[in-house]
Ligand binder design. Structure first.
Ligand code: ADP
Length: 546
């Protein structure tokens, strides 16, 4: 028997409609270039998104069209998201830090018809434009008068579109499983693959992460998404903040410690989210300037492993709660969060810090399991490790155009490419990405664990560990270090520092110092690049073993 409740499709523009009606005066503040902060409200954003949507429709764009954006976090970028999705078109976020070849590949692969860009990205688009046959036009965020001089014919100003739009435009109705957003994974192996979000998955994800035990935004919150909108939906904050009625503060392109601090203080931010590198820069700025964080209550950290020192500095020096989260583009993106449960009551501070360093537990709408090489589920004992597989309402079931099929099994589980353990509290701990784990004598060494310990050394700015071929052990760890400016630690200093903090057989076979560790477009250590750089490297222990 079918139930008798209303069939109310979960469409993302219902979020901005909700915010406009119920939190219409709530501000969205943006840093745009070097100008004064730009201020608008959810009510204005909703009207402008409808006008933009209707203008796009008049110009012939509509349901199923791919429309890309390459822009920093701003109210204008947010308007374009809701305008594109509200039309039934798909908003493809482009990461400007990708290599030009990768951008050309993904724009053509997605068959983007139109690209919205911030003015500072026009020179980049100019370089690509001739290689993008499907792209019909470039829209620059801002007014006609501010259009930059460009070799591209017929740049369109977004304000021109908004001015020609109809504010009484009614969103078209369509199925909640309609594609709504597209984001490519950074493709550390092979070409980037497209993750195609649906309206339903984005709405459900925003609702899930707004649970009190997860991100739990409130209307009284002021939210600063430092994590860019072009990286996995800005961790859903572009949906979950208006859904809660929280004030939004959009940081634009300036993500250094001082600029982030100015927004945190100036706009009375209560919650922010970013990758560890950003928080390291902020903490360094606070340290140097002697400033504090009296207003900020909570920060979410994720995207790569977060050193304990960062989490403890927030809590102990600045009284800011850290929400350690793990996720990936394919999961919309939040998958787990290290929030305590009732079962952890009575644990010591040390035990709780130990748990906080893990990637955390699933919340309703996400299922996790770890499996061995034969796909047998492993026990949740914190010891057995395996490949992490996930399922859920906001987890991809395929990549765009059916690529990467091997990652999805017949029962609907997605293989994350991460390996780790799950403990009795349900906490997942990542050991490594499966391709980065170091296989030494049939056992695994976690590059992430070694890196986390090594960055605790006061002279170390960044550390990366890769496996190097070894005649006896198959692979052994090489520790690659970027020293702090002015510091020159020795190999022995570093190895001594690691002693007692890691298992003896994990001790790196060598330590090398370099000026810069390569990073991916999402700011992670580029292990592939590093392995290439050290492809001819011979460990001192390897010659000894021979
Ligand atoms: P990419 O496009 O680089 O794959 P994602 O954001 O999708 O970008 O990357 C997801 C991966 O990042 C995860 O599979 C995991 O390996 C890593 N990651 C994310 N969060 C954490 C975390 N809290 N700790 C350690 N690694 C993390």
């Amino acid at each position: 028997m079918k139930g008798l409740m209303q069939d109310w499709p979960l469409l993302v523009h219902t979020i901005i409609d909700y915010a406009a009606i119920n939190h219409g005066e709530r501000e969205v503040v943006s840093r745009i270039g070097d100008g004064p902060l730009h201020r608008t409200t959810y009510a204005e954003i909703s009207v402008r998104a409808k006008k933009l949507s209707s203008a796009l429709k008049r110009r012939g764009y509509g349901y199923g069209d791919l429309i890309a954006t390459m822009a920093w976090n701003s109210a204008h970028h947010l308007e374009s998201w809701y305008a594109i999705a509200g039309l039934g078109a798909v908003c493809h976020t482009l990461n400007p830090r990708l290599f030009e070849e990768q951008l050309i590949y993904i724009i053509n692969h997605a068959e983007d018809k139109l690209i919205f860009v911030d003015a500072d990205f026009v020179p980049l688009i100019e370089k690509l434009k001739d290689k993008l046959p499907a792209v019909q036009g470039i829209v620059v965020f801002g007014a006609e008068a501010d259009l930059p001089a460009s070799k591209i014919d017929g740049l369109i100003a977004s304000e021109t579109l908004i001015n020609e739009g109809d504010e009484n435009f009614a969103w078209p109705q369509f199925d909640e499983n309609t594609a709504c957003g597209l984001c490519y994974t950074s493709g550390t192996t092979g070409n980037p693959k497209g993750v195609l979000y649906t309206h339903r998955s984005n709405v459900l994800h925003a609702m899930s992460v707004n649970g009190a035990d997860i991100i739990g935004l409130k209307s009284t919150d002021v939210v600063l998404p430092v994590v860019p909108m072009f990286h996995a939906n800005a961790w859903s904050l572009t949906y979950s903040a208006p859904m809660a009625g929280s004030k939004l503060v959009m940081p634009g392109s300036k993500l250094d410690g001082q600029s982030v601090y100015e927004l945190l203080e100036g706009e009375a931010v209560s919650f922010s989210a970013a990758v560890p590198t950003i928080w390291l820069m902020l903490l360094q700025y606070l340290e140097e300037s002697g400033k504090t964080l009296p207003i900020l209550e909570r920060v979410a950290i994720g995207g790569s492993a977060c050193p304990l020192a960062v989490m403890q500095a927030f809590k102990e020096k600045y009284d800011v709660e850290v929400l350690h989260a793990w996720g990936m583009t394919e999961m919309s993106p939040i998958g787990t969060i290290a929030m305590p449960t009732a079962a952890m009551e009575g644990l010591s501070d040390e035990e709780l810090w130990g748990l906080k360093q893990k990637q955390g537990r699933a919340f309703y709408s996400v299922q996790l399991k770890i499996v061995d090489d034969d796909n047998n589920e492993q026990p949740r004992d914190g010891v057995a490790y395996g490949a992490l597989k996930v399922r859920g309402t906001a987890v991809a079931k395929s990549y765009l155009k059916g690529e990467g099929r091997q990652a999805f099994d017949a029962d609907g589980w997605f293989d994350t490419g991460d390996v780790g353990t799950i403990d009795a509290f349900g906490y997942f701990q990542i050991t490594d990405r499966s391709k980065d784990v170091i296989k030494s004598g049939g056992e695994w060494i976690s590059s992430i664990d070694l890196e986390n310990v090594a960055v605790g050394h006061p002279d170390v700015a960044e550390a990366a560990v890769i496996g190097i071929a070894h005649p006896k052990w198959d692979e052994r760890p090489l520790l690659v270090i970027v020293a702090n400016a002015g510091a020159s630690p020795s190999k022995d200093d570093i190895l001594k520092f690691l002693e007692g903090k890691i298992a003896k057989w994990w001790m790196p076979d060598d330590v090398v110092f370099i000026d810069e560790i390569p990073h991916t477009a999402t700011g992670k250590i580029n292990k592939l690049g590093l392995r290439e750089k050290f492809s001819d490297y011979v460990l001192p222990t390897a010659t000894a073993a021979e």
